[in-house]
Design a protein around this ligand. Sequence first.
Ligand SMILES: [Zn+2]
Length: 104
Amino acid sequence: MSRSSIETVGVRYTGWAALNRDPLEDWVEYTCPHCGTQGHKAARRPRSEYHFTDGFVQDLQGEMSVCRNCRQSLHLSPIVLVHDRDEQRRFSAVFEANLDVSKN
Ligand SMILES: [Zn+2]
C-alpha cells in the first residue's frame, strides 16, 4: 500500500482531558513527523466512527491534514480518543515511541 502522505497518530481529547478547554473546540492534535511541529485541526468525523480497538477508542480511517510549517500532507491515523487520566497515561505509553521519532 503506498500513499503520497505520511501517517501519524492523532489524538482527540474529550471528557476530563478536555475539561479546561472550550467544548466547541473539538480538535485532533498531532505532531508532524517531518519537522516536529505540533498542530491541530477541527475534528470532522463523528464519534460514532470511532471504535474500540487495541484498548483505545480509535478512528482507524483517520483524517487528512497539512503541516502548517513544512506544508507536507499528513494522514492522521489512527486518531485516538482520550477521555481521562488513565487513557492519557496509556496513550503516552503505547504511542510514545512513535511520537518521539520526530524529536531526534
Ligand atoms: Zn511539518
